[in-house]
Design a protein around this ligand. Sequence first.
Ligand SMILES: [Zn+2]
Length: 384
Amino acid sequence: MILRTGVFYDGTLAAPKRNVDIVIDGDRISEIHSSAEGVAPDATAACITPGMVNAHVHLIGSGEPNTMAAIALANPNQLMLTAVANAAKSLRAGITTVRDLGAPHGIVPALRDAVNAGSVPGPRMRAAGRALCMTGGHGWWIGRAVDSPFEARKAVREELLDGADCIKVIATGGVLTKGAVPGNAQLLPDELESAISEAHRHGLRVASHAIGTEGIKNALRAGIDSVEHGHMLDDEAIELFKARDVYLVPTLSAPTCILAHIHEGAQPAFVVEKAERVNEAMLVNIRHAFEMGVKIAGGSDAGTPYNDHDNYAYEVELIHTLLGMTPQQALHAATEVAAELIGLHRGTLAPGEPADLLLLTRDISDDIRTLRAPQRVIKAGTTV
Ligand SMILES: [Zn+2]
C-alpha cells in the first residue's frame, strides 16, 4: 500500500516533511520517501501522523457521571462487554495503542489477548489488572487491598499470574472514590517500594496514581516509572522527576470533563468538589513541570466522567492549550513519549516500525482538532 501526504509527522520532534509517500508492506512500514512521480498512491491525505497512544485508560468505564457506582455495581460480564465496545471505539477514533490502568476480574488481559489473536477489534494494549490500593483507599472498585510490604509483593505476583503486563499502585486519595482525599498519601513508602521492586524484577513497569504532594514524592522515591495525574507536585517533586527520569501523565481531560458537565447535575457532589480543587492545582503545576523539563506523556484517564474513549484527541488539544506545547510537541507526547512509557513499540513512523497511522484532513499545526476525526485509521497495515 502506498500512502501520499502533503505533510508528514513521524511522531518525533524532527521537522515535518512535505510531499511524502509512505510504503506499507504487510503490517510494517517499508519505505518513506519524497512523492514519486508516475506512481499512483492507494490513498492521499493532507496530513499523516502515527496512530495515537493513550497511556492511561480504563476500558471498563464509559464516562458515567458516577463512575464509581457504575463500575462497583456492574457484574464481570457487563464490564467485559463494556471493555470490548470501548476497545473498538478507541481504535476507530485513531487510538492504536492503550495502557489500561485498572480493571478487575482479569478482563483487560483477556481482551488484550483476544485483540492480539485478531478475534475482536481494538488497539494494541498493556494491562495493569487490578490496581494495588490500601484497604478502603482510592480505587478499591478497580483494585485490591494491600496493607503491608508483604501483601504488596504477593499482589504483584498474583496480578502477574492473572496476565498483567504492567502494575498500578495508588499512592494518594482520588476524585472518584467517596471518602478518599486527593491530597492525602495512601500506600506507604515501604508498600510502594515492595510492589515496585517486585514488578521490576519481572520486567514490569509501575504506574502510580498520585495527586497529593507527599504521595507523589513517596512514589518517586520508591522508584516509580510514571506518576499519573501529579497535580499537586512541588519543586522538590520536579527535581525528583528529572533526576530519576520519570514520566508524568497529567490526564488533563479528567478534571476538565467533570467540570465541563457540572450544570447537568448528574455527578455526586463529592466528585465535583474534589475535581474543582484538583483542577486549580493542575492548571498551575503541570505547565510549570513541563516548562521545568519534566517528561510529559499523553494519557487521558478515559472512562472517567464524560471522558470518552474516542475523545483522546481532546487530551492532545489540552496538552497544547493548557501546557503551551506546540501541536507537534503535543502529538509527540501522545505518540513517541507515551509509547516509550508503555514499551510495546516506538510510536514513530519509520521503515521497520508497525504501520499504525492516521490520515487526516488538515495539518495538525493549522488545527490540532483535526485529530478528532481521522479520515482513515490504519493499524498494523490494515484499514480499520
Ligand atoms: Zn485512572
